[in-house]
Design a protein around this ligand. Structure first.
Ligand SMILES: [Cu+2]
Length: 229
């Protein structure tokens, strides 16, 4: 009886390990890149008094140009693997909420951007770009969603002509990508195995790149330290 139980437990352990390996390897047999982006300088945050649509916007706008978290982690940095093929076509979604673009930085594959207005007031989406046509379009309060096209890779600045302090970014990137969290960390899954160029972009601090060797079914760590411009 005791022996049977032990054997059963061993089988359960082995099959559990096999399932874990299969889940880690991912559907395409790619690997994961865990990027850690740091910045040694001071955070840059501006506060502006607001006197328009204060019911929805509040009375103060916080413009976060450089957000530094614990352990020098840099938030809102886009990490991408531009040369990797086979990224799933993720649609970009940005909301205008509290007279802010949420999230502050959106990552998408070339294609469609869904623009939401959950504020119940008029906004006017205005983009600054060179590779893609500029967008300058009113979004009245009844228009909850607009769909726009950004088909070329580019980091597109987004503003609102009604609320001058509103600022966001849309990163249109051709490969797998993500945005760093408050600790400056992002995980990018399903990256094809082999040598890959990893790029970091930050709206204020610019760009950096490194080459990494991605192994199938494993996590490859890479660290960046951004310098001020
Ligand atoms: Cu607005």
């Amino acid at each position: 009886m005791r022996k049977t139980l032990t054997t059963g437990a061993a089988i359960a352990l082995v099959s559990g390990a096999a399932m874990w390996l299969a889940a880690t390897a991912g559907a395409q047999g790619g690997g994961t890149i865990e990027a850690d982006v740091k910045y040694g300088g001071a955070p840059q945050v501006e506060k502006i008094k607001v006197n328009k649509d204060t019911e929805k916007c509040g009375t103060e706008a916080v413009i976060e140009k450089v957000v530094v978290g614990g352990n020098k982690g840099l938030a809102n940095a886009v990490v991408s693997v531009p040369g990797a093929k086979g990224a799933t076509a993720a649609k970009g979604v940005i909301d205008q909420h509290g007279c802010k673009f949420v999230p502050h930085v959106v990552v998408m594959q070339p294609g469609e951007l869904e623009v939401k207005n959950s504020d119940d007031i008029l906004h006017n989406l205005h983009t600054y770009s060179t590779a893609n046509p500029s967008i300058n379009k009113a979004q009245p309060k009844f228009k909850k969603t607009m769909t726009e096209k950004l088909e070329k890779p580019e980091f597109v600045k987004v503003t609102c002509d009604v609320h001058s302090w509103m600022l966001g970014w849309v990163a249109v990137v051709p490969g797998p990508a993500g945005v760093t969290n408050a600790d400056g960390v992002v995980k990018i899954e399903n990256v094809p195995a082999g040598k890959q160029k990893v790029e970091v972009w930050h709206e204020t601090l610019g760009k950096m790149e490194k080459e990494v060797d991605v192994k199938a079914g494993a996590v490859t760590k890479v660290s960046f330290e951004m310098k001020g411009k």
